[in-house]
Write a protein that binds this ligand. Structure first.
Ligand code: K7E
Ligand code: CUA
Length: 766
C-alpha cells in the first residue's frame, strides 16, 4: 500500500514535467467509427453534443424537481440531465442522516405528526425557488405535500430541509408552493373540499359546511423560516381548488387559484350515482379565484379574521364585503394558471377542451373597478364575465395543461396531455408556432426560470407521466420520463430522455447555476438544522463523557481516520447521547457514524455536529464505524460500544497489541516518512511557484494541507519522544500516525496540483 502510494506520488511528479497532451492513445476511433458501431445518426450526435458536459465540467442550469411520492426533492443539471442529489424533505433519507440524527428528527417530527399518526411518505408536487423582485435568487426552495397538507423550507446554502409546517385547516391540498415576487408569502391552496374545523360533517351538508381555502404562509427571510403565527388563510367555496400563481408588476398584490368541480358534486358510484369524473364535468366552465392578498393582510391586522384551529381565517362573507375576492369563469376542468413575466396576462388551460385562454389583467381590473359583474355564485362572490376578461383564446391541442414562458417576447409553451405534445405559440397574437411530440403524456413542463419575470429560454423539459417503451424494462412499475428539448431555434428539437426512478415528479423549476452559492463546510460545531452553533460542539483533544440527568453524553470528534472516543462503555438501560463533530476543514470529507442494532446513522459533513440519543436496552458489544469511504484507513475508522449488564463492575481495559515493534521497525518507518516528505516538498514547490492564490479552490486545499501537516508534526514529536525513551512500540505507532497525516497532506497537495495544471495556472518568477 505504502510503496504504491509513494510510487504514485513520484509518477505524478514526473508526469508534470512535459507530458501534457496525452490524448492520442484514446483517439484510435474516429467519430464516424463510433457512429457506425453504435448505430447513431447525425441527428443523434448533434443532440449528444448539445447535452454532453465533458468530464469534470459543469451544467449551466440546476433543476429542482419534486420527487413525488418519495417525499423528497432532487437536483439535476441541464443540459446534461445528470442527477446531483436527492434531498430528504417529508421522509427520512439515510445517506444525509435525515430523520436519524436528533437535529433533523426535530425538523421531521415537527411536521409529520398528523391525526396522531407519524406520516412516513409525502406526495410532493410543486417546488418553488425564492424570488427577489420576481427573479429567482437561489436562496430557498419551498415544496408542498398534497396528501397531508404541509409545506417545507429547504435552504439552498446547504440543500437541507430546515422546517416543515402543517396546514392548520386543510385536509387535502394542491396549489402550492408558489411565492410572491419578494418571497414574503408562499401560497398553498386546497384540492378536495372538507370542513375547515376537521370535524365529522355529513355529505348532506357539503354545500354549507365543506370548504376550500388558500393559506398565505408568511416567510421570514432573515430567519429563513416560515412564521406560522403571522400566516393566515382565506375561506373559499367547496369547489376543488387547483393550481395557484402570484401576480407581478401591474398585477402584484393579487393571486390566482383555479378550480375544477365547481358543480360541487359529491360522487357515490357505489350507490348508483354517476361517478365523480362525470358529475364534476357537467358545466362548460369552472372558476379561477382572484384574491387581493395585500389587502387581505390588512384585513387580518384589522382583526376581521376568525380563528379556526387557532389560525386566522378570513371568511368568505368578509372577503366579499371587503371586495378582495372575485371569480372568473374558465373553460371546463382547467389545470394550470400561469402569469406572464410582465404581469399583464395569465394563461389557463382546459383539460377537457382544446383551448388555452389568455386573460388580460387590465380588462379584469377595469371590470372590478366598474363593479361590472356577470352575476354571483351561490356564496355571493362576484363573477366577472369570461369574454370581457379575455385577451384571446387559441386552440392549442387536446388536453392542454400548463404553460411556461420563453425569453423571447410573447412566446410560450403549453403541455398537451391527451395529444402527448408540446405546443409553442404566440400569446400576444394568438398563433401556433410549432409542435413537438413527447413520450408520453406530459404533465408539467419547465423552461429555464420560466415562471420568473426574466425567463432564460434555451431549454425546455417535458415532465412526462408515463415512459411506456422508452427505457430498458424494469418490471410493471416504470420510471417516469423527463425529456430535454432545445428551444433555442424556431423549431423545437428533442435531445434527451432521463428516467426518474423515485416517484411522480409533478413539477420542477430550473435556476441559472451561477446564482447558487452553496457552502463548502460549516463553521466548526454547527447545528445545521437550527443554523447556529451546537451546544454539543467538541474540539479535537476536548472529547469527554459526561453523565448528566440520567443521560450519558458522549462528546466526540471525527477526523480521518479515527473516531474519538474509540471505546464507549455504558450500562444496560442507560440513555446514551452521542454528539459527533466533524473537525475536518477539507472539502468533501464527510464522515458517517453508524452503530449496530440501534438505528443510529449520522452524516457529519465538515464542521457539523450531529447527535444520536437512544436507550441501550440489551447488554452486548456493538461496533460502530464511519460509513463514508473517507481515506485509505477508512475501515479502521471504528469503535466499540460496550453495554455492561446492570450492576457489573467496569474492568480496566488491557489492550492486546497486534504486533511488537523494534527499533528497526521504527527506523524503517521514519525513513519512509522522510521520503514522503520529499515528495510533499516537491508538490509544495510546484504549487508555490504558480499563481495558486488566484484559485480559491486551491487556496482552500492548501489551507487543509497545511492543517494536516500540523497534525503530522504533532505525531512526529510524539514518536520522537517515545523513541528517546526507547519505547519502540509507541514510537513506531506514532511514526505510522505521522505517515497517515503525510498521506492526507500529499493527497490534497496533489489535488491542488492537478487543479492548477487543468486550469492553466501560470508560473510566477520571484
Ligand atoms: Cu400533476 Cu401540478 Cu400536481 Cu399538473 S400537477 S400535471
Ligand atoms: Cu470517515 Cu470513513
Amino acid at each position: 500500500m505504502r510503496k504504491h502510494f509513494i510510487k504514485a506520488l513520484a509518477c505524478s511528479a514526473a508526469l508534470s514535467i512535459g507530458v501534457t497532451a496525452a490524448g492520442s492513445v484514446f483517439a484510435q476511433d474516429t467519430l464516424e467509427d463510433v457512429m457506425k458501431a453504435r448505430g447513431l445518426t447525425q441527428k443523434d450526435v448533434l443532440a449528444a453534443a448539445k447535452t454532453y458536459v465533458p468530464t469534470g465540467g459543469r451544467d449551466e442550469f440546476i433543476a429542482v424537481s419534486s420527487g413525488g411520492q418519495s417525499g423528497q426533492i432532487f437536483l439535476y443539471g441541464i443540459p446534461s440531465m445528470r442527477i446531483l442529489k436527492y434531498i430528504g424533505v417529508f421522509t427520512p433519507e439515510p445517506w444525509q442522516g435525515y430523520g436519524f440524527d436528533d437535529e433533523s428528527k426535530a425538523v421531521l417530527h415537527a411536521g409529520n405528526l398528523i391525526n396522531d399518526n407519524r406520516i412516513t411518505f409525502g406526495d410532493t408536487h410543486h417546488p418553488a425557488i425564492s424570488e427577489t423582485n420576481g427573479e429567482y435568487d437561489g436562496e430557498y426552495v419551498f415544496i408542498n405535500d398534497k396528501a397531508n397538507p404541509r409545506l417545507a423550507v429547504i435552504d439552498m446554502k446547504d440543500f437541507e430541509t430546515k422546517q416543515i409546517v402543517i396546514n392548520p385547516i386543510m385536509s387535502s391540498e394542491h396549489g402550492g408552493a408558489f411565492v410572491s415576487p419578494n418571497t414574503d408569502y408562499i401560497i398553498e391552496a386546497t384540492q378536495y373540499p372538507a370542513p375547515l374545523n376537521r370535524k365529522y360533517t355529513p355529505l348532506s351538508k357539503f354545500n354549507e359546511e365543506y370548504r376550500g381555502a388558500v393559506t398565505y404562509w408568511k416567510f421570514n427571510r432573515e430567519k429563513g423560516r416560515i412564521d406560522v403565527d403571522a400566516s393566515f388563510s382565506l375561506e373559499l367555496p367547496p369547489y376543488s381548488q387547483d393550481l395557484s400563481d402570484f401576480g407581478k408588476g401591474p398585477s402584484d398584490g393579487w393571486t390566482l387559484t383555479n378550480s375544477f368541480c365547481s358543480e360541487r358534486y359529491v360522487g357515490g358510484i357505489e350507490k348508483g350515482r354517476p361517478p365523480f369524473e362525470a358529475g364534476c364535468s357537467q358545466k362548460d366552465t369552472d372558476f379561477v379565484h382572484m384574491i387581493n392578498w395585500k389587502r387581505a393582510i390588512e384585513i387580518v391586522k384589522e382583526g376581521k379574521a376568525e380563528k379556526i384551529n387557532g389560525h386566522n381565517v378570513i371568511m368568505m362573507k368578509t372577503a366579499i364585503k371587503e371586495g378582495i375576492l372575485f371569480l372568473i369563469p374558465e373553460p371546463k376542468s382547467p389545470h394550470g394558471v400561469d402569469v406572464s413575466p410582465d404581469g399583464k396576462f395569465f394563461i389557463v388551460s382546459g383539460k377537457l377542451d382544446t383551448h388555452a385562454s389568455v386573460y388580460s389583467f387590465e380588462k379584469i381590473f377595469k371590470l372590478i373597478k366598474d363593479k361590472d359583474y356577470a352575476g354571483r355564485d351561490p356564496y355571493g362572490i362576484p363573477i366577472l364575465d369570461l369574454k370581457k376578461s379575455l385577451h384571446l383564446q387559441l386552440s392549442v391541442g387536446l388536453g392542454p395543461l400548463h404553460t411556461q414562458y420563453d425569453s423571447k417576447p410573447c412566446t410560450v409553451y403549453t403541455s398537451i396531455y391527451v395529444d402527448s405534445q408540446v405546443t409553442k405559440w404566440d400569446y400576444c397574437k394568438g398563433k401556433v408556432l410549432d409542435t413537438i411530440n413527447i413520450h408520453y403524456n406530459i404533465g408539467h413542463l419547465m423552461t429555464m426560470e420560466g415562471d420568473s419575470v426574466k425567463p432564460k429560454g434555451k431549454y425546455l423539459v417535458a415532465l412526462n407521466k408515463l415512459a411506456i417503451d422508452r427505457f430498458n424494462p424494469v418490471g410493471p412499475l416504470h420510471p417516469q420520463n423527463h425529456q430535454l428539448i432545445d428551444i433555442s431555434g424556431d423549431k423545437m428539437q428533442l435531445l434527451y430522455d432521463m428516467p426518474v426512478p423515485l416517484g411522480e415528479p409533478h413539477y420542477a423549476v430550473a435556476i441559472k447555476a451561477d446564482k447558487l452559492k452553496p457552502k463548502v463546510r460549516y463553521k466548526l460545531g454547527w447545528n445545521s438544522r437550527k443554523d447556529r452553533k451546537s451546544k454539543y460542539r467538541t474540539r479535537p483533544g476536548r472529547e469527554k463523557v459526561v453523565r448528566k440527568d440520567g443521560v450519558v453524553h458522549v462528546y466526540g470528534t471525527l477526523i480521518r481516520s479515527h473516531i474519538t472516543p474509540e471505546i464507549i462503555e455504558v450500562e444496560e438501560g442507560e440513555t446514551v447521547s452521542i454528539h459527533m463533530t466533524n473537525v475536518e476543514r477539507a472539502q468533501d470529507e464527510t464522515h458517517g457514524f453508524a452503530i449496530y442494532g440501534h438505528n443510529v446513522n449520522l452524516s457529519v459533513e465538515p464542521g457539523k455536529t450531529a447527535s444520536a440519543t437512544f436507550k441501550v436496552k440489551n447488554p452486548g458489544v456493538y461496533p460502530y464505524y464511519c460509513t463514508e469511504f473517507c481515506s485509505a484507513l477508512h475501515l479502521e475508522m471504528e469503535g466499540i460500544l460496550l453495554v455492561r449488564p446492570k450492576g457489573m463492575k467496569a474492568t480496566k481495559i488491557k489492550f492486546q497489541e497486534g504486533q511488537v515493534y523494534t527499533e528497526a521497525d521504527f527506523k524503517k518507518q521514519v525513513k519512509t516518512n522522510i521520503a514522503t516528505q520529499g515528495v510533499i516538498d516537491s508538490v509544495v514547490k510546484f504549487i508555490t511557484e504558480r499563481n495558486y492564490k488566484d484559485f480559491p479552490t486551491v487556496v482552500g486545499l492548501v489551507e487543509d494541507a497545511v492543517e494536516q501537516l500540523g497534525f503530522a508534526a504533532e505525531s512526529k514529536k510524539k514518536a520522537e519522544d517515545f523513541a528517546a525513551k526507547k519505547d519502540w512500540q509507541n514510537a513506531t505507532l506514532w511514526a505510522q500516525q505521522w505517515f497517515q497525516y503525510q498521506v492526507k497532506t500529499a493527497d490534497m497537495g496533489l489535488r491542488a496540483k492537478t487543479y492548477l495544471e487543468q486550469n492553466g495556472a501560470k508560473k510566477v518568477t520571484k
